[in-house]
Design a protein around this ligand. Structure first.
Ligand SMILES: [Cu+2]
Length: 193
C-alpha cells in the first residue's frame, strides 16, 4: 500500500490510527485478565498451602478389599445404633459397588466412598449428591433426598475406555419403608441376588 493511499482525506479520522488504538486497548484488557488469573492462582496456592482442607481421611488401597471399612461385606447402606444412615461404596473401573443403593427419603444420608484404581466420581440423578472418589482417600458428604423414586448414578470423572458404561442406581424409598427393611448390623442394597 502506498503512503498516499493510506492517508485519510482531509477532515476525516485516520482509520488506521483508530484501529491501532482499539487493538492496544484490547491488549491491555487481555493482559489484565491474565494477570488476574495468575494472581488468583498464586493466592489460592498459598492459601491452601497455609490452610489445608480439614478432615482428610486416607485408606490403604492395597488392603481395601481385605480389611477395614471398605471390605465387600460392609458396603451398602447401614443404619447405626443412633439411627444415622450411612452408605459405603467403592468405585473401580468400570463399576460401583454396590451397583444399586437404597436410601430413605427425607432423612439425612451420609455417603462414604473411595476408589480402588483411578479417579472416579458420581452424581445422583438431579440431586445435589455429587463427589469425586479418589484412590487412598475417603470422600464423604451428607445429604437428604427430598422425594422417593429411582435415580441414576453415573460416574462423572472420565476414568478410561469403559467410563460411559459406569453407573449405578439409587432407590430412594419412603422413610417408613426403608426403616422397615433396615435391620441392625445389616448392609442394605437393591442388588438382585
Ligand atoms: Cu469411573
Amino acid at each position: 500500500m502506498s503512503t498516499a493511499a493510506s492517508m485519510p482525506p482531509a477532515g476525516e479520522p485516520d482509520s488506521h490510527a483508530i484501529a491501532i488504538a482499539a487493538e492496544r486497548r484490547w491488549a491491555w484488557v487481555v493482559i489484565a485478565i491474565m494477570a488476574l488469573l495468575v494472581a488468583m492462582m498464586i493466592f489460592t496456592g498459598l492459601h491452601w498451602a497455609a490452610m489445608p482442607p480439614s478432615r482428610v481421611e486416607t485408606v490403604d488401597v492395597k488392603t481395601l478389599h481385605l480389611k477395614g471399612e471398605f471390605v465387600e461385606s460392609n458396603l451398602g447402606t447401614s443404619v447405626g445404633a443412633d439411627g444415622k444412615v450411612t452408605v459405603r461404596l467403592v468405585a473401580q473401573q468400570y463399576s460401583f459397588q454396590p451397583q444399586c443403593i437404597v436410601v430413605p427419603a427425607g432423612m439425612p444420608v451420609t455417603f462414604r466412598g473411595t476408589s480402588t484404581d483411578t479417579i472416579h466420581g458420581f452424581v445422583v440423578g438431579t440431586t445435589n449428591a455429587n463427589t469425586m472418589l479418589i484412590p487412598a482417600f475417603v470422600s464423604t458428604f451428607t445429604t437428604t433426598f427430598p422425594k422417593a423414586g429411582e435415580q441414576l448414578m453415573p460416574c462423572h470423572e472420565y476414568c478410561g475406555t469403559g467410563h460411559e458404561a459406569m453407573w449405578a442406581r439409587v432407590q430412594v424409598l419412603p422413610a417408613a419403608e426403608f426403616m422397615a427393611r433396615a435391620k441392625p448390623g445389616e448392609r442394605l442394597s437393591c442388588v438382585p441376588r
